[in-house]
Ligand binder design. Structure first.
Ligand code: UD1
Length: 311
């Protein structure tokens, strides 16, 4: 049994990590500001220690890391458009808080910190799929913030010998992703629209593509990164290696729900990336990762969860 801290553990991805760690019999502490996370996301997980607080306050970061062996740093304001509208608030959450947790974790001798990086750091690089050795090209404050914190992680490994691994997430989806804001992930918004019989919104022509990744695949990748001997100091894509357009996604989801709702098109979003698809060769070799749940199975699970929430 090991002792893990999950920052942002009451959020979407953080709560799935917390659940799996508890299931494996580990001790888990969660720190969450509850700005976007929700206490109820952890109601079904027994034995989790919960600390409410904002990691942008260094004193909270110090309290959070006491006694911990591994830190899974998920806390963030994970939205491109929100960062475009309010870069200062999202910088505080995505950069200041990350630096605070790195310093605190280093100082108490945490074994390894695994950081929730983002595919958005690639921007519109012309080559697909995106490999970790391509030069980053952030197109939004969010992408830049994710890159800065990732580079802080790598620098902490080089400069202080503190082991960090960045997992670059690609459009993660699944149960507990909150559809309650215009900044929510597109699959959560499409799912609620179709179930409620409303037309979903597509920004732009809908031919932009994404490597949508079911959340359990990300949990696999992050937990492998805690132990993988050659991962320290690395940034690694965790995704499926495929891609689908938003129009294709909507067709697939309409097929599963049994609806035929057409999208309402609105202008493309500022800071939006056109195409995103991961090369997962490095994840396979460095982490021993392979995606276990495909898009369609993941969509079915997600839609079942959304329907149950409305039953
Ligand atoms: C980006 C990042 C991702 C990050 C995520 C956090 C990229 C490639 N990925 O995702 O790493 O974790 O932000 O939010 O930059 N859309 C619609 N209708 C909607 C909502 C969205 O058409 O109702 C479109 C968006 O314009 C976009 C796509 O769907 O083209 C996906 O949007 P979203 O789910 O917000 O995530 P990204 O911005 O791709």
């Amino acid at each position: 049994m090991s002792f893990y801290l999950v920052t942002g553990g009451a959020g979407f991805i953080g709560s799935h990590l917390t659940e799996e760690l508890a299931r494996r019999g580990h001790r888990v502490r969660v720190v969450d500001s509850l700005i976007t996370g929700k206490r109820r996301n952890l109601d079904h997980v027994a034995g989790v220690e919960f600390l409410e607080g904002d990691l942008a306050d260094p004193a909270i970061a110090e309290r959070a890391v006491g006694g911990v062996e591994y830190v899974l740093h998920q806390a963030a304001i994970p939205s491109v458009p929100r960062s475009v509208n309010d870069p200062v608030t999202s910088h505080r959450a995505n950069v200041d808080a990350s630096l605070n947790i790195l310093v605190a974790a280093r100082d108490v001798g945490v074994r390894r910190l695994v950081y929730a990086g983002s595919s958005s750091v690639y921007g519109d690089t012309p080559t697909l799929p995106k490999r970790e050795d391509m030069p980053p090209n952030p197109l939004s404050p969010y992408a830049l913030q994710k890159l800065v914190a990732e580079q802080y992680c790598q620098m902490f490994t080089r400069l202080y010998g503190f082991e960090t691994v960045t997992i670059r997430y690609f459009n993660v989806f699944g149960p507990r992703q909150d559809p309650g804001s215009p900044y929510s992930g597109v699959i959560s918004l499409f799912a609620t629209a179709l179930i409620e019989g409303r037309q979903p919104v597509i920004y732009g022509d809908g031919e932009q593509t994404r490597d949508f990744t079911y959340v359990s695949n990300v949990v696999d990748g992050v937990l492998l990164a805690c132990e993988a001997p050659k991962a320290a100091g690395e940034a690694v894509n965790v995704a499926t290696g495929g891609r689908i357009s938003l129009n294709g996604l909507l067709d697939t989801m309409n097929g599963i729900v049994g609806t035929n709702l057409k999208a309402v098109h609105q202008p493309a979003r500022a800071g939006d990336v056109r195409d995103s698809q991961a090369d997962i060769t490095k994840a396979r070799t460095v982490l021993g990762y392979s995606p276990r749940v495909g898009l369609e199975e993941g969509l079915r699970n997600t839609l079942d969860w959304c329907r149950a929430g409305r039953a």
